[in-house]
Design a protein around this ligand. Sequence first.
Ligand SMILES: NC(=O)c1ccc[n+]([C@@H]2O[C@H](COP(=O)([O-])OP(=O)(O)OC[C@H]3O[C@@H](n4cnc5c(N)ncnc54)[C@H](OP(=O)(O)O)[C@@H]3O)[C@@H](O)[C@H]2O)c1
Length: 298
Amino acid sequence: MTWNINDAPEQHGRTAIVTGANIGLGYDTALALAGKGCQVVLACRNMDKASAARQQILSRYPKAHVECQALNLSSLKSVRSFATAFAKNHKKLDLLINNAGIMMPPYSLSEDGFESQLAANYLGHFALTGLLLPLLGKTSGSRVISLSSLAHNWGAIRFDDLNFKHGYSKRAGYGQSKLACLMFAYELDRRLRKAGLKTLSVAAHPGVAATNLAHHFPRVLTVLFPLVGQSAANGALPTLYAALGDDINGGDYCGPRSMRQMRGSPVKVNSNRASKDLAAATRLWKLSEELSGVSFPI
Ligand SMILES: NC(=O)c1ccc[n+]([C@@H]2O[C@H](COP(=O)([O-])OP(=O)(O)OC[C@H]3O[C@@H](n4cnc5c(N)ncnc54)[C@H](OP(=O)(O)O)[C@@H]3O)[C@@H](O)[C@H]2O)c1
């Protein structure tokens, strides 16, 4: 059976946050949700880009409910402001799509002192989820979707040097951040179940999708990326399946079915051993609470 967006039920009366929704997979995820009648909040670091994306969605679906709200995941202050403002203006949250990301940039630290990929891809989303969990917990049928990658195989969690103070590798840094996102999704699922909460935590990856993500690659690879990758619209399907599929359980991981999970229709997929290491997941969770200053109520 092949899942398609046409299989998803209408989403009228539901609210979603999509991080990094101005372009790429986030944009196509937001577009599809808006097309289904969901109220969508485009959580973006650049408000001009967010407004342009909103206009583009409205030109396709004039009756869509689309809002823009500022969120820089590399800043814990921005994450806190976003969560506070969101909770003030919304009574419920059905879908939190933790999509935004960067890949293999030159070494830099976030304003809070974390390696940039760890900060934007993982820690910002960890904090955002913790701050929004009370609202998610109150919303029946809510889900948190965490974007991982085939690159979760590239890295390990460097507990002794999480921020690559020594020997930065762009590739290992991206791998670490995406492995952390996947471990977080699985650990969140275990904790939600233990706490008796009905919110589902689900992970997804797009395979290889031709987006702006590869702009730090050497030029020869940026030319090849669109040739290998599927479209952003198809790359968004595993996220949409994780968010809207009616056979999805907490702890599932969705990705493309074909070419070693690089492209194709969305299905449930498996992940590597490191992503299922329970002791490492607990250690990472505790460390992430310390580093972000956000304690989960579960
Ligand atoms: N494309 C692929 O083949 C692929 C493969 C595996 C996993 N993924 C994952 O899929 C997700 C989406 O990637 P994409 O391919 O759609 O990339 P993209 O086209 O580069 O889009 C990334 C989005 O994230 C936003 N973003 C980056 N840093 C941010 C921050 N600090 N705060 C808020 N927003 C931030 C970007 O905003 P700006 O426009 O302002 O920069 C943009 O909206 C990422 O998590 C990525 O790791 C992608």
